[in-house]
Design a protein around this ligand. Sequence first.
Ligand code: HEC
Length: 171
Amino acid sequence: MHATRKILLAAVLVVAGSSLACGADAPHAHDAHDASGTADRAVGAQLPPRLRGMLIQEMMAVLDASKQILEALVRGQDDLVARNAQGIHDSFILEQRMSDADRRALHDSLPHAFIERDHAFHELSGRLAEAARAGHQPEQRRIFTEMLNACVACHAAHATDRFPNLAVGAH
Ligand code: HEC
């Protein structure tokens, strides 16, 4: 039982470490890639600058909340996990804080697969908040691991210009 918990925690930390480390990657000059087949791979570059700015803002908030959740998980602070997970869920910038025209522009610019991934990710954060409010710690770790996998999966599918290292090792 204890061994299983340790392995789970190690997995969370490894996934967290690699996910956070990739955020620090600077794009390199040599990855001037061929544009064919990249329509789904560089979502940010296809957005109007203002909407791209909102997406980046959301990502920075999500990153910050994820770090807080990681720390709260290893300390067993259910209330902090709940607050930060709920924060990610509610800060769904792609759905809120946006005029109808913005929302239409955004949905027109984004591939359907991206929107589905975004919905699934925010649903996971809602489930994490629920598990934390219920004080169910193994379930919190399981869902948080799923969320980290969702970060990497979406970056590998839709942000390979920002995270070229994920494109190479993704599949
Ligand atoms: C539904 C897709 C999706 C999910 C899920 C997602 N991201 Fe992102 N993220 C993106 C895209 C697209 C970009 C690149 C935006 C751009 O090109 O400007 C990005 C960029 C980022 C950046 C770089 C922001 C910057 O410009 O400095 C960070 C950090 C980041 N994401 C963190 C995370 C973390 C942490 C998670 C999970 C807890 C996550 N993301 C989940 C799509 C996603």
